[in-house]
Design a protein. Sequence first.
Lengths: 381, 409
Amino acid sequence: MVDLGLTDAQEMLRNNAHRFVQDKCTREVVREIDESERGFSESLWKDISEIGWPSIVIDEQYGGMGSSLTDAGLLFEEMGWACMPSPLHSSSVLSALVLQQAGTADQRQHYLPLIADGNRIVAFAFSEPGYGWGPESIHTQANKVGDKYVVSGTKLFVPDAESADSYLLVARTRATDVSGSGLTLFIVDKEVPGIHVKEVSGWTGDKLYEIAIEDAILTEAQVVGEVNRGYEVLEPILDRGTALLCAYMLGGLQQMADMSVTYSQNRIAFGVPISTFQRVQDMIINIVNDLEAVRWTTYEALSMIDNGAREQDIAEAVSMAKIVASEGFTRGTENAHYVHGGVSVDMKYGLYLYTKKSRTLFSYLGDPAYHKKRVASLMFD
Amino acid sequence: MDFSTEITYSAEQEKFRQEVSVWLSENAQIPAEFKIPRETGDMSHELYNWVREYRKKLGAKGWLAPLWPSEYGGGGLSVDMAQVLEEELSKRKIPAIYDNRLAAPAMMVWGTEEQKQRFLPLINKGDVITWQAFTEPEVGSDAASITTSAVRDGDDFIINGTKVYIGGPFSADYIWTTAVTDQTSPRHRNLGAFYVPADLPGISFSDMELIVNVGKRFVYYDNVRVPGEYLVGGENQGWQVAQTSLEIEHGAGGSIGEGASRDGGVVAALFDYAQTAVDGAGNPLIEDPRIRDLLVEARIETHIVELIALRNYWMFNNQKRMTFHGSQNSLLRKLLAMKLGNIVLEVAGPYAMLNDSNWAPSRGVFESHQRQAITAHHPGGSSEIQKLIMARRLGLSRSKEEAAPTKVA
């Protein structure tokens, strides 16, 4: 039955999260982290860990909260509203869900409680120079030699690689064919020889890294899930991670609406608040229209996952939400710049943090072109 | 949260569905001799009369206004039951006839108890057809600038003026009309809202020729004497009363399930066309990446409007505070219709403009959509007016504004 409301517990979760980011993750804090060497704040991470956020989707048996994705979405929405930089999404969503879903008992027992406590950060190393989010985009090769794997290749655009203690590494062990993706997942601790991490410089919303892998030797104990069936494990987890990423983008877009409304009401030009100009109103209305589209496509995707919809329907809902979020958040920051005028590019004002975040997340986990192809294929093939 | 409109129904709902289904099997069978019209204006008088009788039977059970209290002619149903009813009704595909029942919520909010007892059952039971007559030549977006006058004469009002874009095919029993009751008062304090019997002496009509055949008229009031009992909400409250009707018309009430975007089947026809047609080289359109992107865009844009309508349905029926939401629904629906028109044109090319019996795809749905989309852009406030209202409700304008009251149950 249609119920679009939050429970009392969810309202409380959201309000607490909102108060937390207002207090601990102000615009100044975000700027400071953004300009720091690793784009990472030990103290903020410690604060987040104390209130249990890194454990949100991890099962209770591994020390997690085992919350629904809708609950987790509320946290991500607030993080997005504050533009909070953290490895929470890579580590506690994508990597943790892979380990929880496909890891051996040892891997789960070892990694998940550490991730849940915030004592271990696992970066999610998927994308490569030929950027894409399907199995065909993975060219990093893992060759079986005896009982070892020798891995070579380049991972690119990987967030959180510097602050991470481990990587969830996706490599090719066979060609993609009708029998499966041919990908295999590995959990790799940082000290492995042959793995070199280097920041890729640019105007990016998160610090992004290149991971150069040259003949790194991995063992069978590091394989997560079935060999050659890595993407089969990943695809539904990518959908869950994408839905939560959309929630983060939704929060960011909400901030664009909030900032634009407040600024336009208080900025006087020609003797009146600029909000009374219809051309300015149009920009804000465009933000609000994008905002509500992102909100309801995202909430729908999250609730379908929580309510156990068919994977195919979840995939379609998530891809639609990501298309809407990528386009909406990017356009929303653009409109916010128009509303604010010159001050919008003043670093002290901080709007640019959202601008570059929106453009980085535009592509992350699949850009609109990728997801449109995916939806078309789900609908018509 | 739960977005599913296809739900696990309670035993009580299933029992009700059975009851509705049996009743509809007996009462909703359109006689085979009636031709189903392509556009409202093509409907035969016989079919029109049949639909009116069917609606009266539906109304007698309270099913024409299922969420309304039964004392005012509604069904007194819960939202759960109303949803089941809606689902069963939509399966029968009975052609709609024009009956603008937006006078009812306005009367519920602003009418006297006597008026509510007298008129609401008539409207809610389908005993009468109502046409809404607010706009006039030279009025358009500035709805408060009407010049139709209602001059008090004892207990009566004498109404003079012209209304435009009114009603539908055949005739009405009442005309829900705004008129200037006080020539000296300022805007928004000078109007009255009248529920005018359509057969009063001095009322006449003439047909309009529009690009869609929906039977719109001019209505002429020539010294029409309207007794005071038909004035709703007091002598200078007409603007406020009309706002309640408009709030609902803008989409505050929302809608649920298939067709919430009111696309008239054009998206289904578009998908069907793209999956069957070939291009000049004989390649299926559905294999063209550009066409596939357009189809996905049509799907997403339509789905967004469905979700916004669902949001409003949920907010409205759960008494959530609504601000910009009604106008946003209306705005996005209007923009969607235009966008779909353009997508259809890109996908089907010249076929998008045909109603030819030999060559038109999907019996001319594309061609009809081109005209419908443009026509639907203006009633109830153009897209620009919806933006204006949104801006006010977002607190951006000089005039602060709350949503008009719409409480029904």
